[in-house]
Design a protein around this ligand. Structure first.
Ligand SMILES: Cc1cc2nc3c(=O)[nH]c(=O)nc-3n(C[C@H](O)[C@H](O)[C@H](O)COP(=O)(O)OP(=O)(O)OC[C@H]3O[C@@H](n4cnc5c(N)ncnc54)[C@H](O)[C@@H]3O)c2cc1C
Length: 409
């Protein structure tokens, strides 16, 4: 039977849900409060859109620390490989980069949004921009309609709520869906920032703001010194602490620690073990034997980092290099291999890549995305209490849950 379906939110989850529901012969209207669709997609992957991952389904689940098990049906019904095939079919060529990350060949996220517009047109979805929705009307535990922000009551059989989280509110994700779901009796699990820049206690970190370090290894240790996580890549110092791809990925591993009482250790020279780094220092110090310590590190470190390392080494900057002792050199090696920063918090949720928390998965049927409380109400995307690491996994969640909701409404 042909149903009238409203999809609220024109991000990846809502677009996919609307297209699928229309493909099945329903009369589908997609309501987006912005004047364009997919604003967050446009800024995703630094404007390149890491649209999914090339991994297998177990890989998708493993990379979804926030309720990954809830997503088995979504991923098996519409997988990352189905998504790639769909986008390719819409004329969007994709490529796989390091870490199985999938991007459009054009490196332009706008091409992803254009392909999704094409999808909506092909399936016959009616799109209404500048159309914020305020609430959902129900009767006897069943959806009967919606109320738009300008007060209009519109009747329907089903609603798919895909309004995203509360991160980067400038893209339209301002948390409206949480209010709407709560009004209907749904439990909202506490919203927390995930994939977020971290705050540092040390003052010297601020002195390094703007400095980006490539090819470093970081590890995170808890207050008992137990290693929680380690990875290799690129990070950035900022006026508040640390950021960059490596830090954002690492941050999800300390959400459970509330981003506090964790030590970040940076190995500035991961390619060299302590012995090799000692030999390297010895060679540099021979080359600069008549120079002062402060003028002998140019080959080893970025210039902004030199005063900080000198300060932390406790070796006098004026000391001539040929007077530096073996012990001092050994402790310098230790410092370069283990530059420690105390993490004391995270930037606000509005600056997080993803919102952790959301509509409780216990109240959503994982096989259909339908609410267990209200008939005809479906959820899709970041509004649900699921979240994943970086690598294309969060967009995959949005598309897969959107597909499942659209297929079952
Ligand atoms: C800077 C940044 C970079 C990212 N990069 C990547 C990446 O490369 N790869 C990846 O996998 N993930 C990435 N993410 C995460 C990913 O973009 C999100 O997880 C994903 O967009 C969530 O999709 P969604 O459809 O659930 O929500 P959203 O994309 O947030 O879409 C929700 C839509 O609902 C609309 N809306 C909200 N309230 C209402 C209302 N009341 N009425 C009507 N419409 C409403 C909003 O305007 C918005 O268009 C990134 C996120 C950010 C912030």
């Amino acid at each position: 039977m042909k149903k009238k379906v409203f999809v609220i939110g024109g991000g990846p989850a809502g677009i996919m849900a609307a297209g699928k529901a229309a493909e099945l012969g329903n009369d589908v209207i997609l309501l987006e409060k912005n004047d364009r669709l997919g604003k967050k997609i446009l800024i995703s992957g630094k404007g390149r859109c890491n649209v999914t991952s090339n991994t297998d389904i177990e890989g998708l689940i493993k990379n979804t620390p926030g309720n990954g098990n809830f997503l088995y049906s979504s991923f098996y019904t519409f997988s990352n490989h189905d998504l790639i095939a769909m986008l390719n079919g819409l004329g969007l060529e994709t490529k796989v980069e390091r870490g199985e990350r999938v991007f459009p060949v054009s490196d332009n996220s706008k091409d992803v949004v254009d392909a999704l517009w094409k999808f909506l047109k092909l399936k016959g979805v009616s799109v209404r921009l500048n159309s914020p929705v305020d609430s959902i009307i129900t009767k006897d535990g069943k959806v009967t309609g919606i109320i738009t922000r300008d007060g209009k009551k519109l009747e329907c059989d089903c609603v798919i709520l895909a309004t995203g989280g509360v991160s980067y509110p400038g893209t339209g994700s301002t948390g409206d869906g949480f209010k709407i779901a709560k009004e209907l009796g749904h439990k909202i699990i506490d919203l927390k920032p995930s994939l977020v820049p971290l705050l540092a206690k040390e003052k010297w970190v601020k002195d390094l703001q703007g400095l980006s370090l490539k090819n470093v290894e970081i590890s995170l240790k808890n207050s008992k010194g137990k290693k929680i996580y380690s990875d290799f890549g690129e990070m950035l110092f900022t006026h508040f602490g640390v950021s960059g791809p490596l830090i954002l990925s690492a941050s999800r591993h300390i959400l459970e620690y509330e981003y506090k009482d964790v030590v970040l250790s940076i190995d500035l020279k991961p390619a060299l073990n302590e012995e090799k780094l000692y030999d390297r220092l010895t060679r540099d110090f021979e080359k600069y034997s008549r120079k002062q310590f402060k003028n002998a590190l140019d080959d080893l470190l970025p210039s902004k980092m030199i005063p900080v390392v000198i300060d932390l080494s406790l070796i006098s900057p004026e000391k001539f290099v040929n007077q530096i002792t073996k012990e001092e050199k050994r402790s310098l090696v230790k410092l370069l291999k283990n530059l420690e920063i105390n993490i004391c918090g995270a930037r606000p949720i509005t600056e997080a890549i993803v919102t952790a928390g959301g509509v409780s998965t216990l109240e959503i049927n994982p096989s259909t995305m339908e609410s267990k409380l209200i008939n005809g109400l479906f959820f899709a995307g970041e509004i649900i209490d699921v979240d994943a690491y970086t690598g294309g996994f969060n967009l995959t969640i949005a598309f897969s849950t959107g597909y499942l909701a659209g297929a079952n409404c």
